[in-house]
Design a protein around this ligand. Sequence first.
Ligand code: GLA
Length: 380
Amino acid sequence: MKRRLWITITGAILMSTLTAGATGKSGSTKKSSFGKSPDGEPVDLYVLTNKNGVEAAISTYGGVVVSLKVPDRNGKPGDVVLGFDSVDGYVSDKSYFGALIGRYGNRIGHAQFTLDGKTYTLAKNNGENTLHGGIKGFNKAVWGAKEIPAKNGQALELSYLSKDGEEGFPGNLSVRVVYTLTDSNELKIEYSATTDKKTVVNLTNHSYFNLAGPGSGDILGHVLMIEGDKFTPVDSGLIPTGELRDVAGTPFDFRKPTAIGARVDSDDEQIKLGGGYDHNFVLRRKAGDPISLAARVVEPKTGRVLEVWTTEPGVQFYTGNFLDGSAHGKGGISYTKRSALCLETQHFPDSPNQPKFPSTELKPGERYHTTTIYKFSTEK
Ligand code: GLA
């Protein structure tokens, strides 16, 4: 009797050890060298693996999400973001692949804004306008990194001090971004910042997703839903006109899941200005919800599903219209037009010059804090 019990117990322990080993139950974070920045600073790559074997690789250069490996409907893992094999690709990159964007995500019209009567002049790096923080945005900085404990996964804290006057912005801005790869297959990004002078802040991540994998063609067959009843129309420089326009009756109506390719080449004036989708959607918020669903993307061939949850009021939906095949990414794949999509959670573009848009101002003593979650699953 006793002997049989002992055999059963050891058998059970052995079984659970084997299962844990097979699924990588505990998760891990591994650090390795990713090369050097142009200034000779060492750059690291952190590979976070959760208990299901989902993997996120993050570089200290630009805080870039280099790769994100999630299962398809048959459980086969595959990378779902565009990027480069080494830091050199990110140094010469002009498309912001996977990067943290700041101090101001998206555009500021005429490269200037006024705070308390003082006009600040920024670099014009996108026609007449400033895009994604200027010439050397947060995407070109080497961030400090520290592994930190997480209740439900693996977490990496990145930090960066953007000095007073950097790219023309006022105030020393102390920025902290925590990436957590949760055991529920989410990549959670928490952004926080404090300043010693009144400034403007709008932080985001610029991952380019292709849920069938980089190199698998365009994303026109991905089916998208956006929780937005309105969007912000733009002028020819892609600066919002200030209007919040109803999506109803336009190619911007993604309230019901629709293939991205269905209307991407329509002769709608706004689609033409963007060369496809390159617009900010005004997200529908449920009163009292700390974080809301912004968008859901389904890739029919692999069954992969991406949900974007955020505390932000807007999301920039961009169909990779400027990708022209000149960037050669991981494994030498050339990144062509519409081979990926971006869902950049944010405050609205040009908010510092648009008094009716939600404010992006940050004062000394206040703390900027936003959260975005990219959640992966599959459907049949
Ligand atoms: C954002 C902008 C686009 C483009 C990309 C980067 O999505 O809205 O117009 O600049 O970044 O290439």
